[in-house]
Write a protein that binds this ligand. Sequence first.
Ligand SMILES: [Fe+2]
Length: 452
Amino acid sequence: MTLPGYRQSLARPHDFEPVRVEGRLPDSLRGTLYRNGPALFEHGGRRHRHLFEGDGAVCAIRIGDDEVQCAHRLVESEGLREERAAGKPLYGTAASWPRRLAANWRSRFKNTANTSVWRWQERMFALMERGSPTELDPRTLATIGTTTFDGLVASGFSAHPHRVRSRRADYNFGLVPGRHPRIELLEFPWQGAPRVLGSVPLESHVMLHDFIATDRHLVFFIAPVKLQLGRVLAGSADLDRIFRYDPAAGTEIVVVPIDDPGKPSRFRVEAFWQWHFAGAWESGGEIVIDFIRHPDFRSLGDLNAADLPGRGRVTRAWLDPRAKTLRQEVRWDTGCEYPRIDPRFEGGEHRQLFVTYDGKQSLLAKVDLETGKAETWEPGTGCFPSEIVMVPRDADAAEGDGHALSLIYDEAADCSHVAVLDTARFGDGPVARIHLGHRVPMTFHGLWVGRD
Ligand SMILES: [Fe+2]
């Protein structure tokens, strides 16, 4: 199978260097866009079978008054250093079966830090859900190393921490395996030390990618995607073989009160899968939740294919934790993923949603969640856009008013650029493009850090 360029390894890791801007960058846009994704897909001539296995690399685009600079650096993980020293792959599907078997039995894996970037208390971390956060120097992207925050992170750490402004804290979770698997709930205040809020026991080992937080609750949609432990111990490392979707079991809804985490509301509904939540808020006795709903778990395999069928739909749900009901309604009936909202509205009520489709249809969209109407822009054939990062025009701008940034890989040029769209004229396409001068493989998630 010939893979598109965004699935090829990074072209040229480098420190910050000037890049070319086409068009005029808005004066309000000063700061740095960070993107993270798998960027090294082979070792010693042997290629990983799934996109998720690639070593992470962070790409940073720094927009100043006089110059725009870009840096692209691999996360120098312990596993990557070991593989370089050995001259061959030691982990995952690229490794030989005996090596995989030995690694699996010893519960050893490579923390690729390839999924997202998280900023907390002026520190920066590259995240992947199976391992601890990897701290980076935000000025240089140099890898500092993994941290458990003094033992707080027991095992995994989701790549999707969520910010709740009213509580002046970020929340996250980690899956803890073992005989009694559980979800560990973590609170990271904007000042002071992080803490474990509590834990939620699980019936089985599952895949759980994201959750959502409101002023009062942490909400989990636990789909029946179960880890096949026997296959892991037999040395399998194929992601789509070690997880099994069991729709008969349904999707479990878990609602944890932040101030009383020992008393969650739990119930099951008809099975569905979701990778990503967009946002949620409290409304009377209900929680309103926006997310991308998938009818099943086929997207794990689809992600690895060159063309994504796009089964995810923008969906709004009304969750009543006391009545134990979840009502769902599709709000935009077009295949999409990577939902993002205006960052000022995280943890609160919102109606503007930005989504991306990075398959054959290749489009970016701004969706009004109240009316279900969308403005779209198509980057064109052979252009693969990444998740939109939304930057408000200023602190007082209306919700969703500002600029949408998407890192786009252009196959014909084998180069990537950042498209800058004015959200007030979303369908007109970019007002400026920042040309990086080389390929950046697919990135999953990123963030904007404004200049102080
Ligand atoms: Fe994600």
